[in-house]
Design a protein around this ligand. Sequence first.
Ligand SMILES: Cc1cc2nc3c(=O)[nH]c(=O)nc-3n(C[C@H](O)[C@H](O)[C@H](O)COP(=O)(O)OP(=O)(O)OC[C@H]3O[C@@H](n4cnc5c(N)ncnc54)[C@H](O)[C@@H]3O)c2cc1C
Length: 386
Amino acid sequence: MDFDLSEELLAVRELGREFAEKEIAPTAAADDRDHRFRRDIFEKMGQLGFFGCVVPESCGGSGLGYLAMVLLTEEIARVHSSVRVHINTQLAPAVTLARFGTEEQKHRWVPGLVDGSRVGCFAITEPDSGSDVASMSTRAKRTDDGYVLSGTKTWISNAPVADWGLVYAATDRDARHRGLSAFMVELDGAGVRRATLDKMGALASPTGTLEFDDVRVPADQRIGAEGQGFAMCMWQLNQTRLSCAAGALGVARAAREAAVAYANQRQQFGQPIGRFQMIQDSLAQMIVEEEAARLLVYRAAHLADRGQPNNVEVSMAKYAAAEAAAHAADGAFKILGAYGYSTEFPVERYLRDARSYQIVEGSSNIHKLIIAQDALGYRRANRGLD
Ligand SMILES: Cc1cc2nc3c(=O)[nH]c(=O)nc-3n(C[C@H](O)[C@H](O)[C@H](O)COP(=O)(O)OP(=O)(O)OC[C@H]3O[C@@H](n4cnc5c(N)ncnc54)[C@H](O)[C@@H]3O)c2cc1C
């Protein structure tokens, strides 16, 4: 077992760290406060190749791999969790197209998603369909020359600003998960309405609804076969969940760093509060949870880079990292006392942002369910595209 990162991966991590410190950190608090999607930062990330680590070179990516992607994502999320969301909104359509699209479809969309000239999103969730993806009611009805899309998606990251969306819809509702299909949909097109949702955290990452009112989608914008949508969606989620887990890891690290720095500096009862055992207990827990999550995230990425199945490992990584982020942010919040509650310090932002990781890309309950059902033999997690 080799725990050392290659020179190339160390350089990628350094690039992510420098970019985050120089380009994102100076305005992170203000961007969050003002709910500002920073298109300039987004475009620079695209130009630097941050969206293309796991996209093959033949499609405009760098093919650097999953470990490179998680290292970069962790660095970005450590500085501002909202900004790491961009990696997922581009990654989801780009890798799905690269894996399931025709040559024409790859050529048409992937390079723009990778270089940041096109903003993407992926739309699975609906008002009445969250964890139970197969229950979605957005419908794509077959016509002579394509499909007519109708229904509502909600909680879609980048919905308010995206150019194109990878939208999942039912082409045969009676067939449940075997009746879903995937489409690339132009979001500025006729019949698409968007609205922005207000929320507790990730405020510089716009989230919204997409309403499709009889939207005409040409047949050549269907990705993969009719009825293959559910399998593609689960495959896509396995990629984006890993990046999401790395995001949670970044938030856990930021919170732990803030807590350690404050515990060393803040004096009470004539000594730094870090001298108190109850503070040490809290720090030790956050350090161990973060480090355990990091090993799980790296292992899941390593398996992906070797082309090995990793669904159960991704679920472990996502669950562990989401919980580590929430615990670390909560611990840091308490250690900072009133300053944890203050908008002057970033810890209240970490606390708000950390909670999103327990919900998005499969809630913590859903990941526990995947892990336990795999162990019990009820449903094998690493079973490929069935
Ligand atoms: C900031 C943010 C960004 C998002 N971005 C996107 C996006 O880009 N694209 C997209 O499609 N979606 C997105 N989502 C939606 C997200 O994927 C869903 O919120 C998530 O899948 C959970 O669905 P739900 O909120 O409807 O909760 P529900 O599925 O209604 O779950 C409610 C509660 O019940 C629990 N639960 C549900 N089923 C089970 C079960 N079988 N066993 C045990 N417990 C269960 C859940 O864990 C949760 O605690 C985003 C959400 C947020 C908050």
